[in-house]
Design a protein around this ligand. Structure first.
Ligand code: EPZ
Length: 423
């Protein structure tokens, strides 16, 4: 297994270009299952999770050409030879579940091992299945964890579904399946993330009839088939936020290109709250943490447009360096505090009670051997390592590389001292 060696090398300064969004490109690739012509996705980030999704598409019979030199993936539909997604792919990547709706709509059946939980939570798929049933599918889940979960429907019919929680994946899966249903489908209490709008834009380019994506009420009028389309992935708002926080935690001065201010309003608001300077530029931001002493703040993670749960670990790492008391409340996942123990090993003063965390910042961090427990926790530990005294060893960095393209390269070009070594 590989690890990063990170050392404090002063404030980060310079320019960074944000890559295409992991959490947009995965549903976009899954959506190509719905098309009966080739689709071309551009600005695809070279990530492991993208490769897993491409392998999934091949496993069900599609021809996939990945060209990361130019950030392009072309998916050409063939006859769906297999409606069961291989177990090892689902286990490697929970987002494999996003192929279920398209497979069900296209072939009348979709079977996949339950993705199961991960370190941040149980991650159930009940809302995905509830949506498929609302469109007339029969779903079967077996008590045997090795048996696949199956959804079947000769022809999906339009229906109405209310999501008990505005689940991103469930909204995406149901929206994709509904594009080929007979009649209209409405999704109430839908998630409103920008990745859902990007997916709806791509599906509408393919001939779907979707209205309301980005609001809590989405309407889909089913059509008989979808043709091919070309689409450029939106920039990654969580990578954007991660580099904004990198400027804050190192008291640096970063110019961030290929970023959409509209997608990171909650992060910007909280950084401004702390006294970080955030100026919009014509293609992103200039973020400065070096202009004045910074002050603590409180964050509560919520579904979009609230403060994103995927930025909670990174922001917490930053708050440990700001003098005074800050609080964090994690409202989306039930176990997204695994990074706290690791930050405490670095000397952070964080106390937790349930999903509340109280941070006493400004006591300094010291290098330690820590481990990434999930993608964003890993990024948070790297950020902490940039300002800790001595060397920080972050292990399990495969988690980080699932979601950040060329993370060490981008950081090095900003003046960070970070090396990847085999454990
Ligand atoms: C997406 O996961 C993202 N992943 C996650 O990013 C992100 O943290 C999450 O949305 C929330 O924003 C991708 O887009 C590939 P959810 P998803 O369904 O769709 C509960 C990262 O770091 N729930 O919105 O799986 C669930 O338990 C990753 O890039 C149900 O109860 O998230 C959780 O508490 C991590 N039943 C809450 O909803 C369901 O059927 C949010 O989950 C589905 C979800």
């Amino acid at each position: 297994m590989a690890k990063y060696l990170v050392q404090n090398n002063g404030p980060l300064r310079g320019e960074v270009v944000i890559s295409g969004a992991k959490n947009a490109v995965l549903p976009l690739l899954a959506a190509t299952i719905l098309a009966d012509e080739p689709c071309e996705i551009l600005d695809v980030p070279p990530l492991r999770d993208v490769d897993v999704m491409c392998r999934l598409l091949r496993s069900v019979g599609f021809d996939v050409v990945e060209d990361y030199r130019v950030g392009r993936v072309i998916v050409s539909p063939q006859k769906i030879i297999n409606d069961e997604v291989p177990r090892e792919l689902v286990k490697q990547m929970r987002a494999s579940i996003l192929a279920m709706g398209p497979l069900l709509a296209r072939s009348g059946r979709a079977a996949m091992a339950s993705p199961g939980g991960c370190t941040i939570g149980a991650r159930p798929i009940d809302l995905h299945l509830k949506g498929f049933r609302a469109m007339g599918a029969v779903t079967t889940e077996s008590a045997d964890p090795d048996a696949p979960t199956v959804a079947e429907a000769k022809q999906l019919m339009g229906g109405r579904v209310y999501l008990d929680f505005p689940s991103v994946g469930a909204t995406e899966n149901i929206m994709m399946a509904a594009t080929l249903a007979q009649g209209s489908t409405s999704i109430e209490n839908a998630a409103q993330e920008p990745e859902i709008v990007d997916l709806a834009n791509f599906l509408n380019k393919m001939g779907a009839k979707i209205k309301g994506a980005g609001t809590d009420s989405i309407r889909v009028e089913g059509v008989p088939s979808l043709h091919g389309a070309t689409h450029t992935v939106i920039p990654d708002r969580i990578e954007t936020g991660t580099f904004m926080v990198a400027a804050a935690i190192t008291r640096g001065d970063l110019t961030i290109h290929n970023a959409l201010p509209n997608h990171v309003k909650a992060i910007t608001a909280k950084l401004l709250d702390c006294g970080v300077s955030v100026e919009e530029t014509d293609d992103g931001f200039r973020v400065r943490g070096d202009l004045q002493p910074l002050n603590p703040t409180d964050i509560k993670t919520m579904p979009y447009p609230g403060f994103p749960t995927d930025m909670q670990p990174q922001f917490m790492a930053f708050l440990t360096t700001v003098e005074g008391s800050s609080s964090v409340v994690e409202k989306v996942f039930e176990n997204r505090y695994m990074h706290i123990r690791e930050l405490q090993l670095m000397g952070a003063r964080i106390a937790t009670e349930g999903n509340n965390a109280e941070i006493q910042g400004g006591y300094g961090l010291k290098g330690a051997r820590v481990k990434a427990t999930d993608l964003r926790a890993g990024a948070a530990l790297v950020l902490a390592g940039l300002v800790a005294e001595g060397v920080t060893e972050v292990s399990n960095v495969h988690y980080v590389e699932r979601g950040y393209a060329d993370f060490t390269g981008k950081l090095k070009r900003l003046g960070a001292r970070i090396e990847k070594v085999e454990d």
